[in-house]
Design a protein around this ligand. Structure first.
Ligand code: PNS
Length: 172
């Protein structure tokens, strides 16, 4: 019998963008189970508390039956082993992501050789996109329509105490 394959897709997801969601959907088709693993990452001074990021992702992924959202605190490879995952999924947008991601992939392999890192290229539509860009647009009252899953929009504007902008006027 074929062994079931589990992958883990880690990140800060502060908040989840359409680029992240695109990777989640595509990776969920490749594996029996996909665990979206949310890291606290205190060095990044997140906008959303980890509990909020997990709750938003759970809402966004509710229609994907083989996707599970979890928080993790220690080393990624330890959490992957604990979850029975064989693969770490990372999204790559451009060459600029590569150095850092290569360093992390090689470190994780050194720490735990049986876990393989698999890189997935982002959809060309989202090459420019990042959580930071999305936060900047929302903070300044611009439209983030299409840049984040629809469910994320109200959470973002609420954080910045702004109404959801009139989309016709913001090119969104
Ligand atoms: O979305 P991000 O902030 O680029 O995600 C970074 C993340 C969470 C994947 C990375 O910081 C991570 O794996 N943190 C867990 C701690 C760890 O295992 N560090 C060693 C890996 S080099």
């Amino acid at each position: 019998m074929r062994q079931s394959k589990t992958a883990i897709y880690p990140g800060s997801f502060d908040p989840v963008t359409s680029g992240h969601y695109d990777i989640i959907v595509r990776a969920s088709r490749l594996f029996d189970k996909l665990i979206v693993a949310v890291a606290p990452n205190p060095a990044k001074q997140p906008l959303f508390a980890i509990e909020e990021r997990v709750a938003i992702l759970q809402e966004v992924c509710a229609s994907l039956p083989n996707v599970q959202v979890e928080r993790f605190d220690g080393l990624l490879v330890d959490f992957a082993v604990q979850c029975g995952a064989q693969v770490i999924i990372k999204g790559l947008r451009a060459v600029s992501d590569f150095d850092y991601e290569l360093q992390m992939a090689l470190t994780n392999r050194r720490l735990c050789p049986q876990i393989e890192t698999v890189f997935m290229m982002t959809n060309s539509e989202y090459v420019f996109l990042s959580s930071s860009i999305v936060k900047e647009i929302a903070r300044l009252g611009g439209s983030v329509q299409g840049l984040v899953p629809k469910a994320v929009e109200p959470y973002l504007y609420r954080k910045f105490g702004r109404p959801i902008p009139n989309r016709e006027n913001h090119g969104g």
